[in-house]
Design a protein. Structure first.
Length: 278
């Protein structure tokens, strides 16, 4: 098999486009599930344990059964890497692990009486070639969508990405690349698919988890290493800020927000590599 997107589901390997899940799956019908996106680089899985810790923690918060652990996943991921030929030097890919509450016997949002039942839950994965991105981009602060810091969903990487999609759509309609989101207190907290790192007055800061931002793996590494301090960004960025949008697959500097020109940070890749290798 060449380096195309592949998937595994219910014991079967195939092209990701050829596999499927039952139409009754709650992940498909209700976005009742979780996922993790993990970098595969030079045949190595980057920060797997950190991603699985968040996955397990999120499942517990949402009252789901525990998803598969490292002992189960490593063999499957290794097979996926070999099948896509992403085990070569210089190769990179995006691995996605998915965990849903599985199928319900009837319609509606009601949970089975024996929930969480791990035998009902459903796991599948995909892996596709993907090179990390570091090019500067532009952003637009959404006026239509806000993060809710009081919702448990803000702490989990769920299948429900409608809010992020709408923020991205709004940004693209304004001629920008990505959307930024404020919380219900109107404080900036994150991008539509990345955390914010802001270099302001000589130090890096990032919104606290209490802001409603997703607890990103790369964000956590930056805080743990003492590279970044948690602090409120307020309602808007200023022209002297250097802003990075960071996740496990990219670290992009903002060159403009809402039309205001910013000075892009000169070495986003260096900062990202330091964290991804840590």
């Amino acid at each position: 098999m060449n380096a195309e997107a592949i998937g595994w589901s219910n014991g079967e390997w195939n092209s990701a486009d050829a596999l499927g899940i039952p139409l009754t799956d709650r992940g498909l019908q209700l976005a009742d599930g979780l996922f993790e996106t993990i970098l595969v680089q030079d045949g190595q899985i980057r920060l797997l344990n950190e991603h699985l810790q968040r996955w397990q923690r999120s499942a517990a918060w949402l009252g789901m059964a525990a998803p598969p652990g490292a002992e189960v996943l490593k063999e499957l991921i290794s097979e996926a890497i070999n099948r896509t030929k992403l085990n070569r030097e210089g190769s990179a890919g995006a691995l996605r692990l998915n965990w849903s509450r599985g199928s319900s016997s009837g319609r509606g949002i009601g949970l089975p009486s024996d929930d969480p039942d791990p035998t009902r839950h459903r796991f599948w994965l995909t892996l596709q070639p993907h090179q990390p991105g570091f090019e500067p981009i532009t952003a637009w602060v959404s006026v239509l969508e806000q993060r809710n810091p009081n919702s448990v969903l803000s702490r989990c990487k769920t299948l429900a990405y409608g809010q992020s999609i709408q923020a991205r759509r709004e940004a693209q309609e304004q001629g920008a690349d990505v959307g930024l989101l404020c919380n219900t207190s109107n404080d900036l907290c994150c991008a539509d698919s990345a955390n914010l790192l802001v270099h302001r007055q000589g130090e890096w800061i990032t919104p606290p988890l209490s802001s409603g931002c997703l607890p990103g793996v790369m964000r956590a590494k930056a805080v743990e290493q003492g590279m970044v301090r948690e602090a409120s960004l307020g309602e808007e960025l200023n022209a002297h800020d250097n802003v990075l949008l960071i996740n496990s697959l990219s670290c992009r500097s903002l060159k403009a927000v809402n039309g205001m020109v910013l000075n892009p940070w000169s070495e986003p890749e260096r900062l990202w590599q330091q964290l991804i290798s840590g």
